[in-house]
Write a protein that binds this ligand. Structure first.
Ligand code: SF4
Length: 319
């Protein structure tokens, strides 16, 4: 017991953690918003869509998901036979929390009466399994346009839970979806005033913002892209300076995969960068412990599994 406790205290290098997980049949997935150590320890790093696809195709018996709770739930829904572990069960998400399934169902009923027909509900993937089960189709920031465009024009659409992503889609597609009043607390912190100061200090820089940012920040940006779209753009660029308007840990991945450019985190209103406090709950120590203890384990209520899987599958069939 003593030596086991000692082993857990002594966290090995990321490569050794990955090798240990491989030998013990555990696939480590890490979101791009995790810090560099956790990204290095993972077998695969990606955004929500990439990790959802990887979870669905990997055929793993056990997955350790370094991300937040709804992402681990998504892996469980797509791989029902796999056990899914998380380093910290408290790693939640303010955006997912802003939309409770019971409130969504009540609002859907209200809109159905008001409109005389049930609206199609599109849920951004940053939501709980119960919300995925209550909606019709899922989207990510990278494929949201295609998903919205797949709905017949005469159908009213309710978009949940992110009002900024929904607002950006309404603006760019010239439509009028009904928006849930949710937001990500990290992206809401970006400030157009401080961004403009930073742009002036870095003439010629290119501003990339996530669609979860508020409209004034989006309007001051050169490109509005999901994380996969940002990665594609920086890989194709040579010697540019990018101001990055999303969670600052993504820069670790950019510097690794496209080191020819310079990356600066766009500032929040009162801090130099924006780090997701929920993602930050996952630490190397907790990852190492989670792998050894095979827990905590994420489960999804039986009644949510199949309807949530259908909503995810509709998205995967489109993109
Ligand atoms: S960055 Fe925002 S949307 Fe992403 S997990 Fe953190 S709180 Fe949720």
């Amino acid at each position: 017991m003593q030596s086991e406790e000692l082993t857990l205290l002594e966290v090995p290098e990321p490569e050794a953690i990955r090798d240990w997980a491989t030998e013990n049949g555990i696939l480590i997935l890490a979101h791009s918003y995790q810090d560099g150590f956790l990204q290095e320890a993972a077998h695969f790093v990606g955004d929500s869509l990439e990790l959802a696809r990887k979870a669905a195709s990997a055929g793993a018996d056990a997955i350790c998901f370094a991300g937040v709770h709804f992402m681990a739930e998504t892996a469980k829904i797509l791989c029902p036979d796999a056990r899914v572990f998380v380093p910290d069960m408290d790693a939640g998400c303010s955006l997912a929390e802003s939309c409770k399934a019971e409130d969504l169902i009540r609002y859907q009923e209200h809109l159905t009466k008001k409109l005389g027909k049930r609206p199609v509900t599109i849920a951004y993937v940053n939501c709980t399994a119960a919300v995925k089960a209550a909606c019709d189709i899922i989207c990510t920031s990278g494929n949201a346009r295609q998903v919205v465009e797949s709905v017949p024009e005469d159908q009213p659409i309710l978009f949940v839970p992110d009002k900024h992503l929904g607002g950006w889609l309404n603006e760019t597609l010239g439509i009028d979806m009904i928006l849930w009043d949710g937001a990500c607390e990290v992206h809401e912190l970006f400030s157009v005033e401080t961004l403009n100061v930073m742009k002036a200090e870095n003439p010629g820089s290119i501003v990339l913002s996530h669609p979860e940012c508020p409209k004034p920040v989006r309007d001051a940006s050169d490109h509005i892209l999901g994380t996969a779209g940002m990665l594609k753009m920086v890989k194709a660029a040579q010697g540019e300076t990018f101001l990055i308007g999303t969670e600052a840990n993504l820069i670790y991945r950019f510097e690794k995969e496209a080191p020819q450019n310079t990356y600066l985190p766009a500032p929040g209103a009162s801090c130099a960068c924006n780090i997701c406090p929920y993602m930050a709950l996952n630490t190397p120590e907790k990852l190492w412990k989670c792998l050894h203890e095979r827990g905590p384990e994420v489960t999804v209520a039986a009644e949510h599994m199949e309807p949530a899987r259908r909503s995810l599958q509709r998205m995967l069939d489109i993109v």
